[in-house]
Design a protein around this ligand. Structure first.
Ligand code: FES
Ligand code: FE2
Length: 327
Protein backbone atom coordinates (compact mmCIF):
# COMPACT_ATOMS: atom_id res chain seq x y z
CA UNK A 1 0.00 0.00 0.00
CA UNK A 2 1.16 3.51 -0.73
CA UNK A 3 2.07 5.56 2.35
CA UNK A 4 1.08 9.18 2.95
CA UNK A 5 -2.21 9.18 1.04
CA UNK A 6 -5.84 9.85 1.84
CA UNK A 7 -7.74 6.56 1.58
CA UNK A 8 -11.48 6.15 1.65
CA UNK A 9 -11.88 3.66 4.49
CA UNK A 10 -15.56 3.65 5.41
CA UNK A 11 -19.02 4.90 4.64
CA UNK A 12 -20.17 7.68 6.99
CA UNK A 13 -23.16 5.62 8.08
CA UNK A 14 -20.87 2.97 9.58
CA UNK A 15 -19.79 5.21 12.45
CA UNK A 16 -22.66 6.18 14.73
CA UNK A 17 -22.58 6.90 18.46
CA UNK A 18 -20.33 4.02 19.54
CA UNK A 19 -16.69 3.26 18.82
CA UNK A 20 -16.21 1.03 15.78
CA UNK A 21 -13.26 -1.33 15.38
CA UNK A 22 -12.23 -2.32 11.84
CA UNK A 23 -9.21 -3.68 9.98
CA UNK A 24 -7.92 -1.23 7.40
CA UNK A 25 -4.51 -0.88 5.77
CA UNK A 26 -3.43 -4.04 7.58
CA UNK A 27 -4.03 -2.44 10.98
CA UNK A 28 -6.70 -2.61 13.61
CA UNK A 29 -8.24 0.85 13.87
CA UNK A 30 -10.93 2.43 16.01
CA UNK A 31 -13.25 5.19 14.82
CA UNK A 32 -15.59 7.27 16.93
CA UNK A 33 -17.50 10.54 16.88
CA UNK A 34 -17.07 13.19 19.54
CA UNK A 35 -19.89 15.40 20.84
CA UNK A 36 -19.78 17.58 17.72
CA UNK A 37 -20.10 14.56 15.41
CA UNK A 38 -16.52 14.79 14.18
CA UNK A 39 -14.93 11.44 13.37
CA UNK A 40 -11.53 10.48 14.79
CA UNK A 41 -9.32 7.46 14.22
CA UNK A 42 -6.69 5.79 16.43
CA UNK A 43 -4.80 2.52 16.33
CA UNK A 44 -7.09 0.21 18.18
CA UNK A 45 -4.77 -0.68 21.04
CA UNK A 46 -4.60 0.86 24.47
CA UNK A 47 -1.10 2.09 25.34
CA UNK A 48 -1.54 0.76 28.87
CA UNK A 49 -2.07 -2.98 28.54
CA UNK A 50 -3.02 -3.59 24.92
CA UNK A 51 -6.78 -3.86 25.07
CA UNK A 52 -8.82 -2.92 22.01
CA UNK A 53 -10.22 0.57 22.53
CA UNK A 54 -13.15 -0.20 20.25
CA UNK A 55 -14.54 -2.31 23.10
CA UNK A 56 -14.69 0.87 25.20
CA UNK A 57 -17.12 3.75 25.14
CA UNK A 58 -17.47 7.33 24.05
CA UNK A 59 -17.75 9.61 27.09
CA UNK A 60 -19.98 12.67 27.37
CA UNK A 61 -16.90 14.86 26.88
CA UNK A 62 -16.24 13.19 23.52
CA UNK A 63 -13.25 11.19 24.73
CA UNK A 64 -12.80 7.51 24.10
CA UNK A 65 -12.55 5.47 27.29
CA UNK A 66 -10.64 2.20 27.48
CA UNK A 67 -12.83 -0.59 28.88
CA UNK A 68 -10.04 -2.08 31.05
CA UNK A 69 -8.78 0.62 33.44
CA UNK A 70 -10.63 3.65 32.17
CA UNK A 71 -7.82 5.64 30.48
CA UNK A 72 -9.41 8.53 28.56
CA UNK A 73 -8.19 9.32 25.03
CA UNK A 74 -8.73 12.61 23.25
CA UNK A 75 -9.11 12.86 19.48
CA UNK A 76 -5.35 13.32 19.00
CA UNK A 77 -4.69 10.00 20.75
CA UNK A 78 -3.32 11.60 23.94
CA UNK A 79 -4.36 10.02 27.22
CA UNK A 80 -5.84 12.87 29.25
CA UNK A 81 -6.86 11.06 32.43
CA UNK A 82 -5.51 7.95 34.16
CA UNK A 83 -8.20 7.32 36.77
CA UNK A 84 -5.92 5.30 39.05
CA UNK A 85 -3.53 8.27 39.28
CA UNK A 86 -6.31 10.71 40.09
CA UNK A 87 -8.06 13.20 37.86
CA UNK A 88 -5.70 16.04 38.79
CA UNK A 89 -2.46 14.19 38.09
CA UNK A 90 -1.00 15.28 34.74
CA UNK A 91 -0.45 12.50 32.20
CA UNK A 92 2.98 12.32 30.50
CA UNK A 93 3.02 12.93 26.76
CA UNK A 94 4.28 9.46 25.93
CA UNK A 95 0.86 8.07 26.81
CA UNK A 96 -0.35 8.48 23.27
CA UNK A 97 -1.96 6.16 20.74
CA UNK A 98 -1.19 6.80 17.07
CA UNK A 99 -3.91 8.90 15.49
CA UNK A 100 -4.66 9.28 11.78
CA UNK A 101 -6.06 12.50 10.30
CA UNK A 102 -9.64 11.91 9.21
CA UNK A 103 -11.88 13.65 6.71
CA UNK A 104 -15.57 13.18 6.11
CA UNK A 105 -17.39 14.27 2.94
CA UNK A 106 -19.76 12.88 0.31
CA UNK A 107 -20.86 10.17 2.78
CA UNK A 108 -17.32 8.74 3.01
CA UNK A 109 -14.70 8.72 5.73
CA UNK A 110 -11.04 9.05 4.70
CA UNK A 111 -7.88 8.60 6.75
CA UNK A 112 -4.49 9.98 5.83
CA UNK A 113 -2.36 6.88 6.17
CA UNK A 114 1.17 7.80 7.20
CA UNK A 115 3.31 8.58 10.22
CA UNK A 116 3.80 12.34 10.04
CA UNK A 117 1.10 14.38 8.32
CA UNK A 118 2.59 17.46 6.62
CA UNK A 119 1.77 20.98 7.80
CA UNK A 120 -1.29 22.28 6.01
CA UNK A 121 -2.41 18.86 4.81
CA UNK A 122 -4.79 19.28 1.87
CA UNK A 123 -8.15 17.48 2.10
CA UNK A 124 -8.68 14.40 -0.10
CA UNK A 125 -9.88 14.69 -3.67
CA UNK A 126 -13.26 13.59 -4.93
CA UNK A 127 -14.92 13.74 -8.35
CA UNK A 128 -15.89 17.37 -8.80
CA UNK A 129 -18.75 16.51 -11.14
CA UNK A 130 -20.63 14.51 -8.48
CA UNK A 131 -22.57 17.06 -6.46
CA UNK A 132 -25.65 17.16 -4.26
CA UNK A 133 -28.01 17.00 -7.23
CA UNK A 134 -27.20 13.27 -7.34
CA UNK A 135 -28.60 10.68 -4.96
CA UNK A 136 -27.20 7.19 -4.59
CA UNK A 137 -27.70 3.58 -3.58
CA UNK A 138 -24.79 1.67 -2.05
CA UNK A 139 -23.45 -1.75 -1.18
CA UNK A 140 -20.24 -3.11 0.39
CA UNK A 141 -18.70 -6.18 -1.14
CA UNK A 142 -15.78 -8.15 0.36
CA UNK A 143 -13.13 -9.57 -2.02
CA UNK A 144 -10.29 -11.94 -1.14
CA UNK A 145 -7.88 -9.92 -3.23
CA UNK A 146 -5.27 -7.21 -2.86
CA UNK A 147 -6.85 -3.80 -3.48
CA UNK A 148 -4.49 -3.11 -6.43
CA UNK A 149 -5.93 -6.10 -8.27
CA UNK A 150 -9.48 -4.98 -7.60
CA UNK A 151 -8.60 -1.53 -8.97
CA UNK A 152 -6.92 -2.97 -12.05
CA UNK A 153 -10.00 -5.01 -12.78
CA UNK A 154 -11.95 -1.76 -13.04
CA UNK A 155 -9.29 -0.38 -15.42
CA UNK A 156 -9.43 -3.52 -17.57
CA UNK A 157 -11.32 -3.06 -20.85
CA UNK A 158 -10.08 -6.32 -22.37
CA UNK A 159 -12.11 -8.55 -20.04
CA UNK A 160 -15.53 -7.11 -20.83
CA UNK A 161 -16.70 -9.52 -23.61
CA UNK A 162 -15.48 -12.54 -21.64
CA UNK A 163 -16.22 -12.01 -17.95
CA UNK A 164 -19.39 -10.03 -18.74
CA UNK A 165 -20.43 -11.82 -21.95
CA UNK A 166 -24.06 -11.96 -20.81
CA UNK A 167 -24.33 -8.55 -19.12
CA UNK A 168 -22.40 -5.33 -19.78
CA UNK A 169 -20.02 -7.08 -22.23
CA UNK A 170 -22.68 -8.42 -24.58
CA UNK A 171 -22.11 -8.06 -28.32
CA UNK A 172 -18.82 -9.88 -28.82
CA UNK A 173 -16.77 -6.68 -29.00
CA UNK A 174 -13.49 -8.47 -28.44
CA UNK A 175 -11.22 -6.15 -30.40
CA UNK A 176 -9.76 -3.29 -28.36
CA UNK A 177 -8.96 0.00 -30.08
CA UNK A 178 -6.77 2.24 -27.90
CA UNK A 179 -7.69 2.55 -25.12
CA UNK A 180 -6.77 6.19 -24.60
CA UNK A 181 -5.54 7.37 -21.21
CA UNK A 182 -5.64 11.08 -20.38
CA UNK A 183 -4.03 12.34 -17.18
CA UNK A 184 -5.87 15.25 -15.57
CA UNK A 185 -2.98 15.80 -13.14
CA UNK A 186 -0.52 13.63 -11.19
CA UNK A 187 -3.21 11.74 -9.34
CA UNK A 188 -6.21 11.52 -11.64
CA UNK A 189 -6.78 10.11 -15.11
CA UNK A 190 -9.57 9.37 -17.54
CA UNK A 191 -9.60 6.45 -19.90
CA UNK A 192 -11.74 5.97 -22.98
CA UNK A 193 -13.04 2.61 -24.17
CA UNK A 194 -13.33 1.69 -27.87
CA UNK A 195 -14.07 -2.03 -28.04
CA UNK A 196 -15.54 -3.40 -31.27
CA UNK A 197 -16.34 -6.59 -33.13
CA UNK A 198 -13.26 -8.08 -34.78
CA UNK A 199 -13.60 -7.40 -38.53
CA UNK A 200 -10.08 -8.45 -39.36
CA UNK A 201 -8.57 -4.96 -39.18
CA UNK A 202 -5.82 -4.37 -36.61
CA UNK A 203 -6.64 -2.45 -33.43
CA UNK A 204 -6.15 1.30 -33.71
CA UNK A 205 -3.29 2.62 -31.63
CA UNK A 206 -4.11 5.12 -28.85
CA UNK A 207 -2.21 7.83 -30.79
CA UNK A 208 -4.60 7.41 -33.73
CA UNK A 209 -7.67 8.22 -31.64
CA UNK A 210 -8.93 11.64 -30.55
CA UNK A 211 -11.31 11.18 -27.65
CA UNK A 212 -14.56 13.08 -27.41
CA UNK A 213 -15.58 13.32 -23.72
CA UNK A 214 -19.18 14.14 -24.62
CA UNK A 215 -19.69 11.09 -26.80
CA UNK A 216 -17.15 8.41 -25.93
CA UNK A 217 -17.47 5.87 -23.13
CA UNK A 218 -15.12 6.92 -20.36
CA UNK A 219 -14.09 6.16 -16.82
CA UNK A 220 -11.93 7.96 -14.29
CA UNK A 221 -9.58 7.09 -11.45
CA UNK A 222 -8.26 9.14 -8.53
CA UNK A 223 -5.27 7.83 -6.58
CA UNK A 224 -5.13 5.91 -4.36
CA UNK A 225 -8.58 4.27 -4.35
CA UNK A 226 -11.50 6.03 -6.10
CA UNK A 227 -13.05 5.22 -9.48
CA UNK A 228 -15.96 6.46 -11.51
CA UNK A 229 -17.80 5.15 -14.56
CA UNK A 230 -19.56 7.83 -16.62
CA UNK A 231 -22.63 5.91 -17.70
CA UNK A 232 -24.19 9.24 -18.64
CA UNK A 233 -24.62 12.85 -17.61
CA UNK A 234 -27.17 11.76 -14.98
CA UNK A 235 -25.98 8.26 -14.09
CA UNK A 236 -22.67 7.15 -12.59
CA UNK A 237 -21.18 4.13 -10.92
CA UNK A 238 -18.62 4.96 -8.26
CA UNK A 239 -16.30 2.59 -6.46
CA UNK A 240 -13.93 2.96 -3.53
CA UNK A 241 -11.44 0.11 -3.13
CA UNK A 242 -10.89 -0.10 0.61
CA UNK A 243 -7.82 -2.10 1.67
CA UNK A 244 -8.33 -4.29 4.74
CA UNK A 245 -4.95 -6.00 4.49
CA UNK A 246 -2.63 -7.51 1.89
CA UNK A 247 -5.20 -10.10 0.85
CA UNK A 248 -8.59 -8.54 1.52
CA UNK A 249 -10.43 -5.58 0.08
CA UNK A 250 -13.91 -4.19 0.49
CA UNK A 251 -15.46 -2.77 -2.63
CA UNK A 252 -17.70 0.16 -1.72
CA UNK A 253 -19.98 0.45 -4.68
CA UNK A 254 -22.42 3.30 -5.31
CA UNK A 255 -24.97 3.95 -8.01
CA UNK A 256 -25.48 7.70 -8.48
CA UNK A 257 -28.30 9.18 -10.49
CA UNK A 258 -30.28 12.37 -10.89
CA UNK A 259 -32.97 11.43 -13.36
CA UNK A 260 -35.40 10.63 -10.53
CA UNK A 261 -35.60 13.42 -7.94
CA UNK A 262 -38.79 12.58 -6.00
CA UNK A 263 -37.53 11.63 -2.51
CA UNK A 264 -39.09 8.21 -1.90
CA UNK A 265 -39.15 7.06 -5.50
CA UNK A 266 -35.53 8.10 -5.82
CA UNK A 267 -34.52 5.78 -2.98
CA UNK A 268 -36.42 2.88 -4.53
CA UNK A 269 -34.70 3.38 -7.90
CA UNK A 270 -31.29 3.59 -6.25
CA UNK A 271 -31.96 0.52 -4.18
CA UNK A 272 -33.25 -1.49 -7.14
CA UNK A 273 -30.11 -0.80 -9.16
CA UNK A 274 -27.80 -2.44 -6.67
CA UNK A 275 -28.50 -6.16 -7.34
CA UNK A 276 -27.51 -5.70 -11.00
CA UNK A 277 -24.34 -3.80 -10.10
CA UNK A 278 -23.46 -6.45 -7.55
CA UNK A 279 -24.02 -9.18 -10.11
CA UNK A 280 -21.50 -7.52 -12.44
CA UNK A 281 -19.04 -7.15 -9.55
CA UNK A 282 -19.38 -10.82 -8.72
CA UNK A 283 -18.66 -11.81 -12.31
CA UNK A 284 -15.38 -9.94 -11.82
CA UNK A 285 -14.69 -11.17 -8.31
CA UNK A 286 -14.83 -14.83 -9.25
CA UNK A 287 -11.88 -14.33 -11.61
CA UNK A 288 -9.86 -11.65 -9.83
CA UNK A 289 -9.53 -13.56 -6.54
CA UNK A 290 -7.55 -16.22 -8.42
CA UNK A 291 -4.86 -13.82 -9.71
CA UNK A 292 -1.29 -14.50 -8.64
CA UNK A 293 0.66 -12.83 -7.16
CA UNK A 294 -1.89 -11.21 -4.88
CA UNK A 295 -0.59 -7.61 -5.08
CA UNK A 296 -0.01 -6.09 -8.50
CA UNK A 297 3.27 -4.42 -9.40
CA UNK A 298 5.40 -3.12 -12.23
CA UNK A 299 7.65 -6.17 -12.49
CA UNK A 300 5.61 -9.25 -11.74
CA UNK A 301 6.32 -11.08 -14.99
CA UNK A 302 2.98 -10.48 -16.72
CA UNK A 303 2.86 -10.26 -20.52
CA UNK A 304 0.73 -7.19 -21.09
CA UNK A 305 -0.88 -6.10 -24.37
CA UNK A 306 -1.88 -2.80 -25.96
CA UNK A 307 -5.38 -3.00 -24.45
CA UNK A 308 -3.88 -3.04 -20.95
CA UNK A 309 -2.72 0.58 -21.28
CA UNK A 310 -4.80 1.94 -18.34
CA UNK A 311 -3.39 -0.81 -16.10
CA UNK A 312 0.16 0.00 -17.18
CA UNK A 313 -0.34 3.70 -16.45
CA UNK A 314 -1.83 2.87 -13.06
CA UNK A 315 1.12 0.60 -12.20
CA UNK A 316 3.71 3.19 -13.22
CA UNK A 317 2.23 5.96 -11.12
CA UNK A 318 1.60 3.64 -8.20
CA UNK A 319 5.23 2.52 -8.24
CA UNK A 320 6.36 6.14 -8.36
CA UNK A 321 4.21 7.02 -5.35
CA UNK A 322 5.44 3.99 -3.41
CA UNK A 323 9.05 5.01 -4.05
CA UNK A 324 8.41 8.65 -3.14
CA UNK A 325 6.77 7.67 0.14
CA UNK A 326 8.97 5.17 1.91
CA UNK A 327 8.92 5.08 5.71
S1 FES B 1 -5.53 -1.51 29.10
FE1 FES B 1 -6.51 0.32 28.66
S2 FES B 1 -6.62 1.34 30.51
FE2 FES B 1 -5.54 -0.47 30.97
FE1 FE2 C 1 -15.62 -6.23 -14.92
Amino acid sequence: MILNQWYVVMDSSQVKDRPVGVTRMGEKLVFWRDGTGKVSCLRDKCVHRGVQLSAGQVMDNGRLQCPFHGFEYDTSGRVRVIPANGKNTPVPERFKAHSYPTHEAHGFIWIWWGERPPEGLEPPRFFEDIDDSFSYGKVYDPWNAHYSRVIENQLDVVHLPFVHYNTIGRGNRTLVDGPVVEWVDDDQFFFYVYNRVDDGTPPRRPEEITPNPARDFRLAFIFPNLWQNYIGEKVRILAAFVPMDEAHTILYLRFYQKFVQTPLLRDVVNWLSMPFNLRIAHQDRRVVVTQQPKPSGLKIGERLIQGDRPIVEYRRRRQQLIEENVR
